[in-house]
Design a protein around this ligand. Structure first.
Ligand code: ADP
Ligand code: MG
Length: 290
């Protein structure tokens, strides 16, 4: 003869409550009454009730873990792939981004480059992949190039460069945003190279830039350091070129000068400022994984 949960007695129920307290399962404790009532009404089988109870607790914990990891990783502005309007960027292969979201590139310690004009969605995509990685249990850290370089320079001044490099090597995925908006501070190229070299083939990175690889000499204060960087950063790399216009300015397209509307940035820049292009840059796409 089977008994209903409440017939099993208040003593049993009390013990279950104590177990949940002892096991530090506050959400399950909270949900217990409601789940038992549904069980009594025959809305849930015993198995489904156990499933619901444990599921409640796990959902709460996962939510907390993700929230804490996003904060730790400085993924403060949350962007998602579902929130990305692919129809606005026809040059972008949605399947390619969805493949990246499977995170094999993280496990293979590869580098993903998002290149494009300001506002085309580079940071959005980098953050969204970062969020996917956090959800899947990978460690992620997000920073702008300027922040990374200044934190390395500060650590160098204070004699703690090794520790800082070790800290930035820890996350399985390091996102370096905004390469090229400003040239790095003197010596910054060298410091960033030390980081890239330390992570090379050991940890994945996502880099975003509004400058073509041929302009990295200007960004990093010299073609020697730029080609050393690109040598590492294009070896196991996926280059995603976004050729569309700014999403921020989508309602004001007619106000934009023509050359700001939609310009592929890896196309050779208009003649003057180029001083020697680092090797390998144009081969990046060929080396990229399909
Ligand atoms: P970038 O880093 O290339 O300068 P962002 O990723 O910061 O550009 O995008 C600028 C703003 O426009 C952000 O608020 C971003 O969420 C939004 N955005 C950009 N592209 C899209 C898109 N295709 N769909 C939805 N929102 C977008
Ligand atoms: Mg950006």
């Amino acid at each position: 003869m089977s008994t209903t949960p409440l017939e099993a007695g208040p003593a049993t129920l009390d013990r279950i409550r104590q177990y949940l307290v002892g096991l530090k399962m506050p959400r399950a404790l909270e949900a217990l009454e409601h789940i038992l009532r549904r069980l009594e009404r025959g809305e849930l089988s015993a198995l489904e009730a156990i499933d619901a109870l444990l599921g409640e607790e796990l959902t709460l914990r996962e939510g907390r873990r993700i929230k804490a990891a996003l904060k730790m990783g400085r993924l403060l502005s949350i962007k998602t792939l579902t929130g990305f309007d692919f129809s606005f960027q026809p040059s972008l292969d949605r399947d390619r981004i969805m493949t990246l979201a499977q995170l094999d590139f993280v496990d293979r310690h590869e580098v993903v480059h998002f290149l494009g004009q300001p506002g085309c969605g580079k940071t959005h995509l980098a953050l969204a992949l970062g969020v996917e990685a956090v959800k899947a249990g990978r460690s992620v850290y997000f920073a702008t190039l300027a922040d990374i370089v200044s934190s390395l320079a500060k650590a160098e001044r204070e004699g703690t460069l090794r520790e800082r490099l070790r800290f930035l090597c820890r996350p399985q995925l390091l996102i370096v945003d905004e390469i090229g908006y400003l040239p790095v501070i003197p010596g910054g190229g060298n410091l960033f190279f030390q980081l890239v070299n330390a992570r090379y083939e050991r940890g994945a990175m996502i880099l975003t830039s509004n400058r073509g690889f041929s302009e990295w000499g200007d960004v990093f204060g010299g073609t020697v350091v730029a080609s050393a960087l690109l040598d590492r950063l294009l070896h196991h790399a996926v280059v995603v070129q976004i050729e569309g216009a700014s999403y921020r300015l989508r309602r004001h397209a007619e106000l934009m000068p023509d050359n700001n509307r939609s310009r592929p940035i890896t196309a050779p820049p208009p003649a003057p400022r180029r001083r020697g292009r680092p090797p390998k840059a144009r081969s990046a796409d060929n080396e990229a994984n399909p």
